[in-house]
Design a protein around this ligand. Structure first.
Ligand code: TXA
Ligand code: MG
Length: 338
C-alpha cells in the first residue's frame, strides 16, 4: 500500500474523513501524540488498526469524539465524569466509563469499560467533526516503539501499512493523555499525563494513582490497564535513568559513558555544558519541556545506533510523574538514585 503524508489542510482533512467513513485507517495529530484512527463502531476497521500496529488484541483502544453528545448511547457518563469533562475537555484526559453493547468488543478488547477522550488539537477536532464518527485511535507507533510526536515518526513506523497520514506538525504535549478510571470508587490514574492527579483532585474532590504507575508489575499481578503489562516506549538501546543530585548525576553519567563503547547522554538543559565533547542532548529545562521532547529524543537515539542511553530523570510529581512513568518503562525500570 502507498502511504500518503499530506499537510493537514481542509481538502486533505476531507479526504481523511472520507477514508474513515469507508472503514480505512488514517493517522492524525492530537495535542499529545499522533493517533492511528478508524471508525470505533466498525469491528473490521478496528481490527485493521490492530494489524497495522501489530498490537496485541488484549490491549483496548481509546475512542475519540469531537464533543460530548457523540457519547450518547456508547457509555454511562457519571456525574464525576461530567465535572471532569467540564474542567478538562477538550484536552489530554481519557476517561474509563461503563460501555454499552454498541461499542464492539474488539475496540475495548472485551472489557466492560470504554476509554473516551475529546482531543483539543484543531486538526483532530476538524477531522472528528468532518467524519461524524467516534474514532478509535491508539498512538500511531508500531507496538513497543516510542509514541510518534511528528508525522515523520508515523511515516517511519506506518509506511506501507496505512493509506494516509495527516501532517499537523509537532505535538505540543509529547506524551500520551492521562488515563483515569471512573468505573470503581475514587477516580484512579492508570496512566499519568499532562492532566495531573492534583488537577483531577481539584475538579473531582479526590484522585488516586494506581501503584503500578511507578513500578513494574509483580509476577502474576494483573494490570489495571492492559497497556501497562506490554513492553512500552522502548528505544532499541539499553537505557538507565538517573534521579537526584545534579553533581552526582553528571559525574556518574560521565563515568559510565567513558566505560561504554557507544553511549549517549540525555540531560536537563542546565547540565548539558558538563559533558565536554561527549554525545549529550537536552531534555529541556522543565518537566513539560521534557515531556515535549522525550519520545523524539528516544527515536533520535535509535537513529544514531546508540547502544546505551544515560538519561536524567525528573521528580515523579506533578507533570514529572508522566515523564518518569515513560522513562522508567523505556529503561525497563533501571533507575539509579543519587
Ligand atoms: O494521548 C493519547 O491517549 C493517544 C492519542 C492518540 O489520543 N492515544 C493513546 O492510545 O495513547 P494508546 O492505545 O496508545 O493507549 C491507550 C491506553 C492503553 O494503555 C490501554 O491499555 C488503556 O489506555 N485503555 C484503553 N481502554 C481501556 C480500558 N477499557 N480499560 C483499561 N485501560 C484501557
Ligand atoms: Mg500507545
Amino acid at each position: 500500500m502507498n502511504t500518503l503524508c499530506l499537510p493537514a489542510q481542509e481538502e486533505n482533512i476531507a479526504l481523511a474523513a472520507r477514508l474513515l467513513r469507508q472503514g480505512q485507517v488514517v493517522a492524525f495529530p492530537t495535542e499529545t501524540v499522533y493517533g492511528l484512527g478508524a471508525d470505533a463502531l466498525d469491528s473490521a476497521a478496528v481490527r485493521a488498526i490492530f494489524a497495522a500496529k501489530e498490537r496485541p488484541a488484549d490491549n483496548p483502544l481509546i475512542v475519540h469524539v469531537a464533543e460530548r453528545s457523540q457519547l450518547d448511547g456508547l457509555c454511562e457518563v457519571t456525574e464525576t465524569a461530567k465535572s471532569l469533562m467540564d474542567a478538562f475537555w477538550p484536552g489530554p484526559l481519557t476517561l474509563l466509563l461503563k460501555k454499552t453493547d454498541r461499542v464492539p468488543a474488539v475496540t475495548t478488547a472485551g472489557l466492560p469499560s470504554v476509554a473516551v477522550r475529546c482531543p483539543r488539537h484543531p486538526v483532530a477536532q476538524r477531522l472528528l467533526q468532518a467524519c461524524g464518527l467516534p474514532i478509535a485511535a491508539p498512538s500511531a507507533n508500531r507496538s513497543g516503539r516510542p509514541s510518534p510526536t511528528s508525522a515523520a515518526h508515523v511515516y517511519e513506523d506506518m509506511r506501507g501499512r496505512i493509506p494516509l497520514i495527516l501532517d499537523g506538525g509537532d505535538c505540543q504535549v509529547g506524551v500520551e493523555s492521562t488515563v483515569l478510571d471512573l468505573t470503581g470508587g475514587a477516580p484512579c490514574v492508570l496512566r499519568p499525563g499532562a492532566v495531573t492527579p492534583e488537577m483531577i483532585a481539584a475538579a473531582a474532590g479526590e484522585c488516586a494513582v494506581a501503584s503500578s504507575v511507578m513500578r513494574p508489575l509483580r509476577e502474576g499481578e494483573s494490570a489495571p490497564s492492559p497497556g501497562m503489562k506490554h513492553r512500552h516506549y522502548a528505544p532499541k538501546a539499553r537505557m538507565t535513568v538517573f534521579v537526584g543530585d545534579d553533581e552526582k548525576t553528571a559525574a556518574e553519567m560521565i563515568r559510565r559513558y567513558d566505560e561504554a563503547a557507544n553511549a549517549a547522554i540525555l540531560c536537563h538543559g542546565a547540565l548539558l555544558p558538563r559533558f565536554g565533547g561527549r554525545r549529550a542532548y537536552s531534555l529541556g529545562d522543565t518537566p513539560l519541556e521534557t515531556a515535549h521532547v522525550l519520545f523524539q529524543r528516544l527515536r533520535e537515539m535509535d537513529g544514531l545506533g546508540v547502544s546505551l542511553i544515560l538519561a536524567q530523570g525528573r521528580k515523579a510529581e506533578g507533570e514529572g510523574l508522566a515523564v518518569m512513568n515513560r522513562m522508567a518503562r523505556a529503561a525497563a525500570f533501571d533507575i539509579v538514585e543519587l
